[in-house]
Design a protein. Structure first.
Length: 240
């Protein structure tokens, strides 16, 4: 279920000049802010948790997920070049799984790693805050990649819809509105981070761990499967 040629082409598309600049700019902004906060406030657990949760996990991770998830296949569908890929003797589920794995890797690389570094900069990983939020970012990367990959296969406006979801739902509603937190990927991922941090007050989720794991699996597996089914419906010229 993994094709190296598809992976190479997807990496080339995701790490092209324009997307690479955006992918690097967002983590760089996080690290600059983290360094500035540390310089002004010193090492403070509450401040570190607020920045990593309120900015990194709620905004940076879903934005990178949008870029990687939709960019893994959306542009190919929009410009029609996907027909060349689908004309090759590669099973379409393999195409989707490969693109999902590449999108997940890119999202995690440009989100979880900077979150970990920022956490150490902010408070030296006191109370396991850096590791907890980095794990949450990595887990969220998996779900976001599946979700936005699916979006890229079903809509030509995937980027706009994805940005609206990331900035309005995850960064705003999912962070502030109590009832909506149950349906927030960041809260599901944060449940695992809370477990790593030992349930400390500085790292907490509004969703219980068992429920969070189930919902993450549903979104990840469901999104990937439905994306594969959608790709199956695409027909090439001459196909019956």
């Amino acid at each position: 279920m993994f094709n190296t040629t598809v992976a190479r082409l997807t990496c080339r598309a995701l790490l092209g000049r324009r997307r690479a600049l955006i992918l690097c700019a967002l983590p760089a902004l996080l690290l600059v802010v983290a360094a500035a906060v540390r310089a002004m406030n010193g090492a403070d657990d509450a401040t570190a948790s607020e920045l990593l949760g309120g900015f990194a996990l709620a905004t940076l991770v879903p934005l990178i997920g949008v870029i990687a998830g939709t960019g893994a296949i959306g542009p190919e569908i929009d410009d029609g070049s996907v027909v060349y890929l689908l004309s090759k003797p590669v099973p379409r589920p393999t195409v989707i799984v490969t693109k999902f794995l590449v999108a997940t890797g890119v999202t995690a690389l440009f989100s979880a790693v900077p979150v970990l570094v920022a956490g150490f900069v902010l408070n030296g990983n006191s109370q396991q805050i850096a590791v907890a939020y980095a794990l949450a970012a990595a887990v969220a990367s998996v779900a976001y990649s599946a979700l936005f990959l699916l979006l890229g296969t079903v809509s030509r406006h995937a980027v706009v819809i994805g940005l609206a979801y990331a900035l309005i739902w995850e960064a705003l509603i999912g962070s502030l509105v109590a009832g909506a937190k149950t349906l927030s990927v960041q809260q599901w991922a944060l449940a695992l981070g809370e477990k790593v941090a030992g349930g400390g007050a500085d790292v907490s989720s509004s969703v219980g761990l068992p429920v969070a794991v189930v919902l993450l699996l549903v979104v990840t597996v469901g999104g990937t499967v439905f994306a594969g089914q959608k790709l199956r419906t695409l027909t090439l010229a001459g196909e019956e």
